[in-house]
Design a binder for this molecule. Structure first.
Ligand code: S3P
Length: 199
């Protein structure tokens, strides 16, 4: 088994844990950015619990995401997503990976910004498309031209994702590398409290 922890300096891990305190770490970004894979790895490296909002939605509804979209439509899915995220944010610290649309919902985004440290996993269209085109599980991409749809979502959503506390570039690299960069970015994050009273 690989030991990804080995590549992350102990000091970064300790500092990232200190920065988080009791707060949650929330990963946001478009489909295919690697929110679940990176989130899970970061949680493992920081030794805090991991939860994925899409999995939690599927668990409580006992339906898959495509089934939920099919049966109830996107607005109902968004309402359920917002309720699940609200509940998941109540206890921390943990790492929460969210579905790509979650941060676009005003109520959910406000909660995430207030109750967690948010990390936008930003990726280029080509990287995202290479990843998402391998699977047909995304209801929003069941269109005539899914690559164009993804590109349109990128245009609409990137200005909103930019409100996240931190941005980490996701790219065609080992997930251990991106996870280590996320931890380093968290470790360097200056909390509002620290800004208010610099030592
Ligand atoms: C969505 C992204 C999906 C899932 C749903 C809607 C979106 O999650 O929540 O299909 O609106 O971007 P991933 O980002 O994990 O693919």
């Amino acid at each position: 088994m690989t030991q990804p922890q080995a590549s992350v300096p102990e000091q970064d891990i300790a500092e990232a844990r200190r920065v988080l305190g009791r707060r949650n770490l929330v990963f946001v970004g478009l489909m295919g950015a690697g929110k679940s894979a990176i989130g899970r790895l970061v949680a493992q490296m920081l030794d805090i619990p991991f939860v994925d909002s899409d999995h939690e939605i599927e668990r409580v509804s006992r339906m898959s995401i495509p089934e939920l979209f099919e049966a109830y439509g996107e607005p109902e899915f968004r309402a359920l997503e917002a309720r699940v995220i609200k509940r998941l944010l109540k206890t921390g610290p943990r790492v929460l990976s969210t579905g790509g649309g979650a941060f676009m919902n005003d109520a959910s985004r406000t909660m995430m910004l207030a109750n967690g440290l948010s990390v936008w996993l930003k990726a280029d269209l080509d990287v995202l498309w290479t990843r998402v085109s391998k699977r047909e599980t995304r209801p929003l991409l069941k269109t005539v031209n899914p690559r164009q749809t993804l590109s349109d979502l990128l245009d609409q959503r990137y200005p909103v994702y930019a409100q996240a506390d931190l941005t980490v570039q996701s790219r065609d690299e080992a997930k251990e590398t991106i996870a280590a960069e996320a931890i380093a970015a968290i470790a360097r994050f200056i909390t509002d409290q620290e800004k208010a009273s610099p030592s």
